[in-house]
Design a protein around this ligand. Structure first.
Ligand code: HEM
Length: 203
């Protein structure tokens, strides 16, 4: 019996890194559009015009890859069982000194909620981004609402991504290996996702 079990195939990993890289390009090219205080970030792209150009086309890359990632994991994320409800009741154990490991499947309830939020937020960011791209084609009231929604969604999104990046690295050592190598240590799988481990190993 090998030391590792497969968690994500190459296609899933490439998709995730596309989402992640395009997301950060969008953040840095968009900061200057968000507020004057961040205009300095335009210099990273050689000026405001270039940053806006990159923001638009990276938006398309992000939209397509994030939707594909969402569709890929949708089946594993759209149902919550009794163990998931327990996860929510205990807030994943993150507020306990000696947390109980909940009997989670491939994704725990927090990951499922995060994945579902990302899918819905991507659609809304895409729709509002499209309106912002072609403002002359829409009534001014719609464009204003769209700009407000786009900025607000971005704020919520970035907060979730910071928490996600922490939990998949320093917060839970061993997790990042799944996105780099595609597999994880058996002990990691048994500890964090016991129900999933049982399913794939029969143990
Ligand atoms: C520094 C940035 C990021 C890091 C280090 C990171 C890392 C990871 C890792 C290691 C996993 C696998 C978790 C597991 O095996 O249980 C994962 C899953 C996932 N990531 Fe990321 N990620 C980052 C950014 C993003 C961004 C920007 C998005 C979307 C906008 C995203 C969306 C997802 C989704 C939907 C999953 C699958 C479900 C989940 O774990 O919640 N990630 N990420």
């Amino acid at each position: 019996m090998g030391k590792y079990v497969e968690r994500f195939n190459a296609r899933e990993r490439i998709l995730h890194w596309f989402v992640m890289l395009s997301f950060f390009m969008l953040v840095f090219s968009g900061l200057g559009l968000y507020s004057r205080i961040f205009h300095g970030y335009f210099d990273l792209f050689g000026g405001g015009e270039a940053a806006i150009f990159i923001h638009k086309y990276m938006g398309v890359v992000f939209f397509v890859s994030s939707i594909l990632l969402f569709l890929n994991h949708y089946k594993e994320m759209n149902s919550f069982d009794e163990d998931d409800r327990r996860w929510f009741r205990l807030l994943g154990g993150y507020l306990d000194r000696d947390p109980e490991h909940i009997n989670s499947g491939k994704f725990n309830a927090g990951q499922k909620a995060y994945g579902l939020f990302m899918g819905i937020a991507t659609i809304l960011l895409g729709v509002t981004g499209f309106i912002n791209w072609f403002p002359a084609s829409f009534p001014i009231g719609i464009v204003r609402l769209s700009l407000l929604l786009h900025g607000t969604l971005f704020l919520i999104f970035i907060m979730f991504v910071i928490v996600h990046a922490y939990l998949t690295t320093i917060g839970n050592p061993g997790t990042l290996e799944s996105m780099i190598y595609g597999n994880v240590r058996r002990i990691w799988a048994k500890t964090h996702h016991p129900k999933w481990y049982k399913e794939i190993s029969g143990q």
